[in-house]
Design a binder for this molecule. Structure first.
Ligand code: ZN
Ligand code: FE
Length: 239
């Protein structure tokens, strides 16, 4: 496997991600929270940005597109929303493309936004999931319904359990507080919280998480139904 992922903090609590193929030098930024930081991280590694893959239109995910496109003339893939600047290729979910010979499946995961998409690379056992699922949490339902989010989480949970999920924010400890309030007896949740606390105490990211961990510990997955997910999402919004 010739793919490497670089992860670095951006803005207040976002992560920037660079996906790099060591054989060809191809480098993709998954979302563009901060153009300057992304360019700096590329330069520090001697990488040249060749692509941008957006998950959704929010400015903390697409706000760096124009500056990075200007600097690198990279190919920009993203959903159909008008608010994705500098997009070259529209992706709605259901597409397959190759990145330096590695197959990428695009999956539509509405809920946080209507056109939210994620990028799954089966051969690397990883997915860039934007603001759909977080470690022990899920995205706020700004545009979608509990039904849509439940279906989206179910699609992610259908991926192999070892799949690493690169979530776009470091929200895990605050998600953990809410998760414990609704499912505090769940041993898998307790283990995941202990693990997250240890990582943060050592100043390490809790991202990526995995499908296997979230399947058993994430309160929006263990909700078991769209209705219960919706109830928990409302509780969390007011937590
Ligand atoms: Zn968002
Ligand atoms: Fe976000």
């Amino acid at each position: 496997m010739s793919l490497e992922v670089a992860l670095f903090p951006c803005l207040s609590d976002n992560y920037g991600f660079l996906l790099h193929d060591v054989k060809t030098g191809a480098t993709a930024a998954i979302d563009t929270p901060d153009a300057k930081e992304i360019a700096k991280q590329c330069e520090a590694r001697g990488w040249t940005l060749t692509e941008i893959w957006n998950t959704h239109w929010h400015p903390d995910h697409a706000g760096g597109n124009v500056a990075l496109k200007r600097r690198y003339d990279c190919l920009v893939r993203g959903p159909q929303q008008d608010a994705i600047p500098a997009r070259d290729i529209t992706m709605a979910g259901g597409e397959y493309f190759e990145f330096a010979g590695h197959g990428v499946d695009v999956i539509h995961t509405p809920g946080h936004t209507d056109e939210h998409i994620i990028y799954h690379i089966p051969s690397a056992e990883l997915a860039f999931v934007g603001d759909t699922i977080f470690a022990l949490g899920c995205g706020r339902l700004f545009e979608g319904t509990p039904d849509e989010m439940w279906n989206s989480l179910s699609r992610i949970m259908a991926l192999p359990e070892a799949t690493k999920l690169y979530c776009a924010h470091e929200y895990t400890l605050s998600n953990a507080k809410f998760a414990l309030s609704v499912d505090g007896q769940n041993p898998d949740l307790l283990a995941a919280v202990a693990d997250a606390k240890a990582k943060r105490a050592a100043d390490k990211p809790t991202v990526p998480t995995t499908v296997g961990v979230e399947k058993r510990a994430n309160p929006f997955v263990t909700a078991g139904s769209a209705a219960e997910l919706g109830r928990r999402r409302t509780l969390k919004d007011n937590f």
